[in-house]
Design a protein around this ligand. Structure first.
Ligand SMILES: Cc1ncc(COP(=O)(O)O)c(C=O)c1O
Length: 370
């Protein structure tokens, strides 16, 4: 059986997320109710009530796949596979595609499953590490030098969780060029595609630029709908899609019919929902700019280039785990210590997607003033 150690971030949240009064480290934007979503369209409520609760297609409901395909330029509805959140996409992709001994290069730090499942399968994993000192920028020369005969897959996540890093259009094309020249598979985690602060910063999806690339998309982050548990993979690689479909017969078979209905509705108004999230995040980002300007004695901060998350550094080598625990205890404000990503981290993740961030920041400052 595949050996998987605890998912540190998820275990950390499981113990705290639902009791902490202020979540100042969420990776998504403020959610909404089913009622709010149904109000987006006349007659949607009635249709939802009548929606059939039979099994749906393994690839996902056809109408939903049509809406998803519109997010890409070269992807058709039958090149999309819908699954139960981004997490199932990552799990089934890695299991369907990787074999023991494959060499995998992974953008690091990262959402743990992006490297852990490959390790669990018995792959050799090389961390393609971004560092605060380099503003979390990815070194493309490192990637060039890390590729070897056994390299099968490169895993990348831009816009990036937890740092908020985003590549430029030029860097992105250069990255794709490196992978395609060596005919490597690319797993592009595009959980935050659509969560740019400016439209010009939105990168073309990897699956549109390169046939060997698969792009992950989901409803959980920028659209603010993680409770739908709905994500997808888009790829022009028919072999990968077929392998994952076969693997999925052992996980969920098909997606939840109510979630598929609601996701399709949400995507018909996708840009409006993304804009709603962007307004919350960019207003909070302004508050953070002045917050960090007032506290240069405690923190170093690389402002995020996209997404609702950012990864400041606690200076003077202070222990970030106890810093976060003390803040939670004193003020009920939850930060995510970077040690869930990497044991030696002095960073902590902040999330800008919550409407109550002004009050959470005020409490954070009261804590710092003590
Ligand atoms: C980069 C990244 N990919 C994938 C996921 C998984 O997404 P989901 O919540 O839809 O399962 C997350 C969730 O935090 C994430 O941050």
């Amino acid at each position: 059986m595949m050996e998987l150690p605890p998912f540190r971030l998820e275990r950390f949240f499981a113990a705290r997320e639902f009791v902490a009064p202020f979540n100042l480290c969420a990776s998504d934007v403020e959610s909404m109710s089913i009622g709010d979503l149904l109000q987006l369209e006349e007659g949607a409520e009635e249709k939802y009530k009548n929606h059939w609760l039979g099994y749906t297609e393994t690839l996902g409901a056809p109408g939903l796949r049509v809406e998803i395909a519109k997010l890409y330029t070269k992807i058709s509805a039958d090149q999309v596979l819908v699954e139960a959140g981004g997490e199932e996409v990552i799990f089934t992709f890695m299991n369907a595609v990787l074999r023991p001994g494959d060499h995998v290069i992974v953008h690091y730090p990262c959402y743990q499953s992006l490297h852990q499942i490959a390790s669990g399968i018995g792959c050799e994993v090389t961390r393609w590490e971004a560092r605060a000192e380099s503003s979390w920028k990815l070194d493309l020369d490192f990637l060039r030098n890390a590729i070897k005969e056994s390299t099968r897959l490169v895993v990348i996540n831009v816009p990036h969780n937890p740092t908020g890093f985003q590549m430029t259009q030029t860097e992105w094309r250069e990255f794709i060029e490196i992978a395609s020249a060596r005919e490597l598979l690319v797993y592009s985690d595009e959980a935050y595609r659509g969560s740019e602060y400016e439209d010009v910063d939105r990168l073309p999806a990897a699956c549109d630029l390169y046939e060997g690339a698969s792009s992950l998309g989901l409803m959980s982050k920028g659209y603010g709908l993680p409770g739908l548990r709905l994500g997808w993979l888009a790829t022009r690689n028919a072999d990968i899609l077929a392998k994952i479909s076969r693997f999925k017969d052992y996980t969920t078979i098909c997606s939840s019919a109510p979630s598929e209905f609601l996701a399709e509705l949400a995507l018909r108004h996708g840009e409006q929902l993304l804009e709603r999230g962007r307004e919350i995040v960019t207003a909070n980002l302004e508050l953070l700019r002045s917050f960090f300007a007032r506290h240069t004695d405690c923190f170093r901060w690389v402002p995020p280039l996209a997404s609702p998350v950012t990864f400041p550094t606690l200076t003077d080598g202070k222990d970030v785990d106890s810093f976060c625990a003390d803040l939670l205890e004193a003020e009920g404000v939850l930060l995510l210590p970077g040690t869930v990503f990497s044991e030696t981290s002095h960073e902590f993740r902040m999330g800008m997607g919550r409407r109550n961030m002004p009050e959470a920041l005020t409490r954070f400052e009261q804590f710092l003033a003590r």
